[in-house]
Design a protein around this ligand. Structure first.
Ligand SMILES: Cc1cc2nc3c(=O)[nH]c(=O)nc-3n(C[C@H](O)[C@H](O)[C@H](O)COP(=O)(O)OP(=O)(O)OC[C@H]3O[C@@H](n4cnc5c(N)ncnc54)[C@H](O)[C@@H]3O)c2cc1C
Ligand SMILES: NC(=O)c1ccc[n+]([C@@H]2O[C@H](COP(=O)([O-])OP(=O)(O)OC[C@H]3O[C@@H](n4cnc5c(N)ncnc54)[C@H](O)[C@@H]3O)[C@@H](O)[C@H]2O)c1
Length: 471
């Protein structure tokens, strides 16, 4: 039966971005309709961040069993039950799912429609038999795995992030096409669970991060046993001795299972964007305030392209709530959005990398460096492979890059500093408890003062003078 709804805000997509808008807007008094065609929680909860980090955690435990001898504890060969690991993954998703559930959002007062939505005009969306007119629309439909037109791919059974976490029989040998964050995180997790993995990367693995840091991470990932073939331009895939992937240069790699992880495509195909007068090419085009070419329609998160992270979708949500609910001008910025790749060691980045900062600021750039082997906690943990670099211009950090144990946590003081335009002295003024890994963030900042204080003749003269005459 046809139903018609008039509302303040209608959101398409209940993933990281859409849920944040819905929760914020309804709790501040707006009437909100939330349309979700797939699973509540979107990619992050069901096929992305959560299952991948749960698998990484399982891999970490298996790896620790096999690598404890240096601590005086005998190594053992871990007995991995792949299906039980998947039960663990499912139970972690299950533990978080209530936060994103229909019941929770209906409890807050959101009207949730479980169907796919499509624009039928500039002011109306249809979802099943329901027609929704809204003062403002939010497109938060996310992205899907990009499956490139590789010859023969459609003749073999392949996985993407949408199916790999459902697989319960352990692959004998896993091939992953794509050495980005998805490929490398899942490669190392599987390897540590006892599954031989080969990653086929067309260019450079983890190519979006600082190459010096990436080299440190890749050394350890290779030491775990992952084979990483870079510059591997896939020409075709065939069903031959299991699955065989062929490169343009004649290399071939065989495996029992194939995971394709070569990037994302925005979920825009069935949104009726032309009827909504929303400009788009590969992703939805938005202005600085995340408004589309139709002023009533906003777009946030993965569907806009750019940085595709859960915390970016959540940040976008805050920007448009300000604008939709209070009419206040608000602009997105991206210089303060960090990211982390949860390989072991992790790699984390905020702001400009050294190469980007050098290109932009030339001689004005100072790069501060601190290695983890000078950190006592890293020594105690036997995790001394690690490096932090901080890019400083005019006394302020404009970027930081970290590789090492818990880099995703260690980047956060710099996330705070860059978000608030703090000087490098804000980091050196901080007192870190000893012994913690976070001390590396302060010690890196401290390098700023080494030439200014410890290698400075003028300072030395002043100190000699004061030592003569100070009572
Ligand atoms: C394997 C993997 C690991 C990842 N790990 C991390 C990580 O560790 N940290 C991190 O920050 N990011 C990570 N990401 C990225 C993160 O998952 C995304 O950036 C995030 O989910 C984007 O949120 P979103 O709200 O834009 O879209 P999504 O979370 O994808 O939500 C979009 C929702 O819209 C729904 N939808 C689509 N079309 C319609 C329609 N027409 N009508 C109604 N509903 C519709 C979809 O079903 C979906 O539920 C990972 C991604 C993957 C694939
Ligand atoms: N820890 C995290 O925050 C995290 C983890 C996973 C994913 N993500 C998000 O999901 C996005 C998608 O991840 P992704 O790893 O799929 O994409 P990506 O675009 O980051 O990396 C894809 C890789 O595949 C390679 N590639 C592309 N086509 C290829 C081909 N035909 N043959 C061989 N290699 C090919 C590219 O050179 C690139 O290195 C990320 O950019 C990120 O925004 C985040």
């Amino acid at each position: 039966m046809t139903k018609r709804i008039k509302t303040d805000i209608c959101i398409l997509g209940a993933g990281s971005g859409g849920l944040s808008v819905a929760a914020g807007a309804v709790q501040m008094g707006a009437k909100v309709v939330l349309i979700e065609g797939g699973k509540m929680g979107g990619d992050c909860l069901n096929y992305g961040c959560v299952p991948s980090k749960a698998m990484i955690a399982a891999g970490h435990h298996a790896h620790a069993q096999a690598h404890s001898a240096a601590f005086g504890i005998a190594n053992v060969v871990p007995q991995v039950d792949y299906a039980a690991v998947k039960d663990h993954v499912a139970s972690v998703i299950g533990a978080i799912a209530p936060n994103d559930s229909v019941e929770r959002f209906e409890g807050m007062g959101v009207e949730v429609i479980q169907d796919y939505g499509t624009f039928i005009s500039e002011t109306e969306v249809q979802a099943g038999d329901t027609f929704i007119e809204a003062r403002r629309f939010v497109i938060a439909t996310g992205s899907s795995p990009l499956v490139p037109p590789i010859e023969g791919l459609d003749t073999v059974e392949y996985h993407t992030n949408e199916t790999i976490f459902e697989l319960r029989d352990a692959p004998e040998r896993l091939i992953i096409i794509g050495g980005g964050p998805i490929g490398m995180e899942l490669a190392q997790a599987h390897m540590r669970l006892g599954i031989p993995v080969t990653v086929l990367e067309g260019a450079k693995a983890l190519g979006k991060d600082d190459p010096e840091l990436v080299a440190i991470a890749l050394d350890r990932i290779r030491a775990d046993g992952v084979v990483i073939e870079e510059g591997f331009k896939v020409s075709r895939v065939s069903q031959q001795d299991g699955i065989t992937v062929h490169a343009e240069d004649g290399r071939t790699v065989q495996g029992s299972h194939l995971l394709v992880a070569v990037g994302r495509k925005a979920n825009i195909a069935s949104l009726g964007l032309d009827k909504a007068a929303v400009n788009h090419e590969r992703a939805i085009e938005v202005d600085e305030g995340l408004r589309t070419s139709n002023r009533k329609v906003y777009a946030i998160g993965d569907v806009t392209g750019g940085l595709q992270f859960t915390h970016k979708a959540g940040y976008d949500a805050g920007i448009i709530i300000r604008s939709m609910l209070f009419g206040l001008p608000s602009k997105v910025r991206t210089d303060h959005i960090p990211w982390a790749t949860y390989t072991d060691p992790e790699i984390a980045q905020i702001g400009l990398t050294e190469a980007q900062a050098s290109e932009k600021h030339g001689d004005k750039l100072e790069v501060l460096r601190f290695k983890f082997d000078e950190n006592d906690r890293a020594q105690a943990e036997r995790r001394t492979e690690g490096l932090i670099k901080v890019m400083v211009v005019g006394g302020k950090p404009i970027g930081a890059s970290v590789v090492g144990l818990r880099a995703g946590e260690l980047i956060q003081p710099y996330a705070l500093a860059i978000a608030n335009g703090l000087k490098i002295s804000a980091l050196t003024n901080m007192v870190s408890p000893y012994p913690t890994m976070t001390e590396v963030t302060k010690r890196a900042a401290g390098q700023y003062y080494v030439p200014r204080l410890f290698q400075n003749d003028f300072v030395k003269k002043v100190v000699r003078f004061t030592q003569k005459y100070l009572p």
